[in-house]
Design a protein around this ligand. Structure first.
Ligand SMILES: [Zn+2]
Length: 356
C-alpha cells in the first residue's frame, strides 16, 4: 500500500490514530552515522545481581542456575499486602493496586541476548513466560499478568544481563482494557477475531511481513508508531501464553531469536527495545475475540545512536512517524538471518532461520 505524502493510519486495536509523514525522510541528513564502540561484556560479572551465584541487594544469593531463573523482585513496584483503599468523590479517585513483580533471567550468561541464545535456550524462556504467567494467574486476586522485557540503556534498563519481568495485578490495566473493548466489539460484529482477520490480510499483502514460520508471523503493523515496531502473532487463535502447544513454543523460540537477529543486524548493535506480551485478562470472561500477541517497540530511527523521540506535536496531539511501516518492514526483512557478530567472531552465536 503506497500512500504518497502525509496521512493518518487507524489502529483498530487501540482505537487511536498515528500521523505518517514519509516525506520527512527526504530531508538532508548530516548527522552521525558511525557505530558506537561495541561493548564487550564478561560471561559472568561478579557485580551483577542477576548472574548465577551472586548476592542480591537484600542479601539473598542466586542459585547456580543453568537455564532460566525467576525470583520476586527485591524492589517491587507492587506489593501483595498493600491495604485496601478506595477513595473518591467522583472528581479525585484513588484505589489500591496490589500485585506481584517477578524477575526472569533468560540465561546464566551475562553477555548474551535473545538474539544470541540458541532456539533451544530461547525455548526455556518461552516455557518460563508460560509457567510464570500460569502460576501468577492462579492467585485469586490476579486479573492480569504483564510479561515484558526492557532491553538496553536507551530503554532505561540499567543491567545488560538478559532478563525480563512479569507483573501480576488485581485490575486490568488501561491498554489491555482498550484491547478488550476493540477485540470484543470486532468479534461481536464479525464473528471472527480482529487480529486473525488482520493477520490474513497481512499474509495476502506481504509488504509489512518481517519473518514467519509454521506457527508465527512477525510484521510491522500498518499502524506502527515507532520506526521499527513489530507485532508478533500466532497463526492459531491462542488467547494466552500457557495455552501454547509444544510445536508452537519451539516455533516461537525460533522466531523470537530470528527477529532479534534481524534487529541487531539492522544497525549492527545490540538493538534496544521494550517488548510486551498481551494475553487475555483473567477476569473470568472467556474473551473469545482475544488473540495473544507481542509487541516489540524499539526507539532507534537511523543508526545505533540516532533515536526517535515522541515530543512536541506527538505529545500534545498524536503520534507521528517518518518512515512508513512498509519501508521499515522491507529493511528488517532484508537483513540476513545470521547474526553479524558471527562473522566477526568465529565460533560465535548460532544463526537463526525464520524463513518467510
Ligand atoms: Zn549478569
Amino acid at each position: 500500500m503506497a500512500i504518497p505524502g502525509s496521512h493518518r493510519r487507524y489502529n483498530p486495536l487501540l482505537d487511536e490514530w498515528v500521523l505518517c509523514s514519509p516525506q520527512r525522510l527526504e530531508r538532508p541528513w548530516q548527522g552521525q552515522l558511525e557505530r558506537p564502540a561495541e561493548e564487550s561484556l564478561p560471561r559472568h560479572d561478579p557485580g551483577c545481581y542477576l548472574c548465577p551465584g551472586n548476592a542480591r541487594a537484600n542479601g539473598r544469593r542466586n542459585p547456580d542456575y543453568a537455564g532460566t531463573y525467576a525470583f520476586d523482585n527485591d524492589f517491587p513496584a507492587l506489593n501483595p499486602e498493600a491495604p485496601e483503599l478506595l477513595e473518591g468523590d467522583g472528581l479525585l479517585v484513588a484505589r489500591s493496586e496490589r500485585g506481584r513483580c517477578r524477575v526472569l533471567c533468560f540465561s546464566p550468561r551475562h553477555d548474551l541476548s535473545l538474539a544470541q541464545l540458541s532456539p533451544a535456550q530461547v525455548r526455556l524462556v518461552v516455557d518460563a513466560w508460560a509457567e510464570e504467567t500460569e502460576q501468577l494467574g492462579a492467585a485469586p486476586a490476579t486479573r492480569y499478568v504483564q510479561v515484558f522485557e526492557n532491553k538496553g540503556a536507551l530503554m532505561g534498563c540499567s543491567n545488560p544481563h538478559p532478563h525480563g519481568q512479569l507483573w501480576a495485578v488485581e485490575h486490568v490495566p488501561s491498554q489491555p482494557l482498550r484491547k478488550v473493548m476493540s477485540q470484543s466489539r470486532y468479534h461481536r460484529a464479525h464473528g471472527s477475531d480482529l487480529l486473525g482477520d488482520y493477520l490474513e490480510r497481512e499474509l495476502r499483502e506481504k509488504e509489512r511481513l518481517v519473518c514467519a514460520n509454521e506457527h508465527w508471523v512477525a510484521l510491522v503493523p500498518f499502524w506502527a508508531v515507532w520506526p521499527f515496531e513489530t507485532l508478533l502473532l500466532p497463526r492459531r487463535r491462542v488467547p494466552e501464553l500457557p495455552q501454547l502447544g509444544g510445536d508452537e513454543r519451539d516455533a516461537l523460540a525460533e522466531i523470537v531469536a530470528g527477529l532479534n537477529v534481524r534487529y541487531d543486524n539492522l544497525f549492527r548493535c545490540s538493538f534496544p527495545y521494550s517488548m510486551g506480551w498481551s494475553g487475555r485478562p483473567l477476569d473470568g470472561d472467556e474473551h473469545a475475540g482475544w488473540r495473544l500477541h507481542a509487541s516489540f517497540v524499539p526507539p532507534l530511527l537511523r543508526s545505533a545512536t540516532i533515536r526517535k523521540f515522541l515530543v512536541g506535536y506527538e505529545l500534545a496531539a498524536e503520534p507521528q512517524r517518518d518512515l512508513t511501516a512498509e519501508q521499515a518492514a522491507l529493511q528488517l526483512r532484508s537483513q540476513p538471518a545470521r547474526h553479524y557478530l558471527e562473522d566477526e567472531a568465529p565460533g560465535g552465536p548460532p544463526s537463526h532461520g525464520g524463513s518467510r
